[in-house]
Design a protein around this ligand. Structure first.
Ligand code: F6R
Length: 595
């Protein structure tokens, strides 16, 4: 979490830093700051608040030769003025912005305090700045890059750092470990940022910085070193095709709504990329790995975990033993039963720290890793043996919508490829049509959403795939409305949760499967008898007259694609009626790069 930018050269620094931060705001939005360095002075602007507030604070004519910026998701210390980045060392030699967490910052801070260092903030970042200053002042060479290297050797944890050194306004220094950082090369200017997007209108080629690399950019130069000099290698800059990806709102009031409604295109794009006529387009070696695997192990978090639950059912249905683990749990309890497991990581961002931690564990035991991600060049893409891209287009709203759709659809295509079932093509065309129908009928969902938004607790019920969707719908509702919600398997109600059911509590049930339709409807009778307000979301084949929303028919195994969209609309419209900050919900960030 947190987004960082840096630049040095001829580009209008204020524009790059502030526009760049705006496009990184999805990574955290508790507080923000920038620093501008010239030969004469260093000027720091920071505040608890959003980039728009920072824009007001930084004078319109502000300029500098080198600069850095930060948008924060608080880890150490509440989001107030003193904890906002950039942080300066005590004597002002180093000014830094940081994305990541320094695990041993307490002991390092103590050491510095013992040497007389005074701290302004509660952050781990201020410790890094002061360590740099200490190493700089101690060394006879008085070389900032050496001081940075020495500091990095002291640090345990994760960091992407952009650093200004007060005596040299021709450089921005940087360092990276387990948090993303990209260098962009432009005309007479070089750039740093947590991802490509801030640089799209500025840079012409990019370099994704590796773990343990550090160095500096200047107007004309990029110097990248490695903490282990034996690991130093020539830099390969590459182009990105991201420019063609639309990141505007296009008339929509929120990214979330826009992204929900991109779902039919997402399905089409996946088919264009993974199906050619009647042939599937997957790497033969990957298919072979699936065939050799005696067990598929999915690792994911949040919404991606819910997509993995669906994936497990898909692979089980074709005879592949499959398990799903929440990555942050697996990282500490890595149980692997089979001899030849294939790991599937599902991650929209490809940067989720909980998953990155698992990579190392799995690599040690030598099992293959397939990453399914929306982000080419992300840490997980680069660390895995195989990557399948989601082609969902950039997802900007913090709540994941179209990426979940792409994850489930891609898992369905992969399953079809493994059994050579080309019917998936017509099945997904049917889904696209059902999605378009759903978009046309969204106001019916809005009416339900406005009713449930008035209640403090909402329950989602389902069985089988509908249960997986109930979990996702519930997560979506809680994250953007702040309404307490649970997703439950219909059959579990009577084993405890039914105690929470009383008059007018909303219970939303998904009914998509012939096999369980009668059972879930009978569970609904149990809650109706206790006064709950029941809403049924079914499909044409299983609909009853009294149902509240009916989707077009699709194959049952693809029902999560349309049912999840209903859940997304429900959350969206409930949040809208409550006046929530839909695209940037409280306490969340898009890319969860801390553990
Ligand atoms: C919920 C949401 C999160 C993410 C989770 C994993 O709407 O977006 O639950 O799904 O943080 O993120 P990725 O998929 O980037 O690994």
């Amino acid at each position: 979490m947190c987004g960082i930018v840096g630049s040095v050269g001829e580009t209008k620094l204020r524009d790059y830093l502030l526009h760049g931060l705006k496009s990184l705001e999805y990574r955290g939005y508790d507080s923000a700051g920038t620093a501008f360095l010239t030969k004469e002075k260093l000027e720091v602007f920071r505040l608890p608040g959003r980039i728009d507030d920072l824009n007001q604070l930084v004078p319109a004519k502000m300029h500098g030769a080198a600069g850095i910026g930060h948008t924060r998701w608080a880890t150490h210390g509440e989001p107030n003025f003193v904890n906002s980045h950039p942080h300066c060392s005590q004597q002002g030699y180093f000014t830094i912005v940081h994305n990541g967490v320094i695990d041993n910052f307490r002991s390092l801070k103590k050491k510095l305090q013992n040497q007389g260092c005074k701290f302004q903030s509660e952050t781990d970042t201020e410790v890094i700045a002061n360590l740099m200053e200490m190493h700089y002042l101690k060394a006879a060479t008085k070389n900032p890059l050496d001081a940075i290297k020495k500091t990095l050797e002291d640090l345990e944890g994760s960091y992407a750092l952009a650093i200004l050194f007060k005596k040299d306004d021709t450089k921005v220094y940087f360092a990276k470990l387990h948090s993303p950082l990209v260098i962009g090369k432009g005309k007479n200017t070089n750039y740093l940022a947590s991802d490509y997007v801030p640089m799209l209108d500025y840079a012409t080629s990019y370099y994704i910085i590796d773990d343990y690399q550090y160095g500096y950019i200047s107007q004309k130069e990029v110097v990248v070193k490695h903490l282990d000099p034996n690991e130093e290698k020539p830099l390969v800059f590459h182009q990105t095709d991201l420019k063609v990806i639309d990141i505007g709102l296009n008339g929509y009031p929120h990214y979330m709504l826009k992204e929900i409604e991109e779902s039919p295109e997402v399905i089409k794009r996946l088919m264009d990329n993974y199906v050619d006529g009647n042939q599937f387009v997957f790497d033969d070696v990957l298919i072979q790995k699936f065939q050799e695997a005696d067990q598929i192990i999915f690792l994911a978090c949040g919404t991606s975990y819910h997509a993995a639950l669906v994936g497990r059912r898909y692979f089980e249905s074709i005879g592949k033993t499959s398990r799903v683990y929440i990555a942050s749990e697996f990282a500490y309890y890595p149980e692997v039963k089979g001899k030849h497991p294939l790991f599937i990581f599902i991650s929209q961002s490809g940067e989720t720290a909980d998953l990155i931690r698992c990579v190392k564990i799995i690599q040690q035991q030598g099992s293959p890793i397939l990453t399914i991600t929306n982000t080419k060049g992300s840490s997980l893409d680069r660390a895995s043996d195989f990557t399948l891209l989601l082609y969902a287009g950039m997802e900007i709203a913090v709540a994941s919508t179209k990426a979940y759709i792409a994850q489930v659809a891609l898992l369905a295509i992969l399953r079809a490829a493994l059994i050579g079932n080309t019917e998936i093509i017509t099945d997904l065309i049917e889904v696209e049509k059902a999605m378009k129908g759903l978009i046309g009928a969204k106001l019916e969902i809005k009416a339900i959403a406005e009713a449930i938004a008035k209640e403090p607790n909402v329950f989602f019920l389902g069985r089988g795939l509908d249960y997986d969707v109930a979990l996702e719908a519930s997560l979506k509702l809680k994250e953007i409305t702040y309404i307490h919600s649970e997703g439950l398997p219909g059959g579990e109600l009577k084993h405890g949760p039914i105690a929470l059911i009383k008059k007018d509590v909303p219970v939303i049930a998904f009914v998509s499967d012939q096999i369980t339709a009668a059972a879930i409807r009978s569970n609904l009778q149990e809650v109706l008898a206790r006064g709950a307000k029941v809403y049924v979301v079914s499909n044409q084949a299983l609909a009853k007259e009294e149902d509240d929303f009916v989707t077009r028919n699709t194959k049952t195994y693809l029902s999560p694609l349309t049912k999840a969209m209903v859940g997304q609309y429900l959350s969206y419209y409930a949040a809208l009626s409550l006046g929530r900050d839909i695209d940037k919900p409280r306490n969340l960030a898009k890319s969860v790069t801390v553990e």
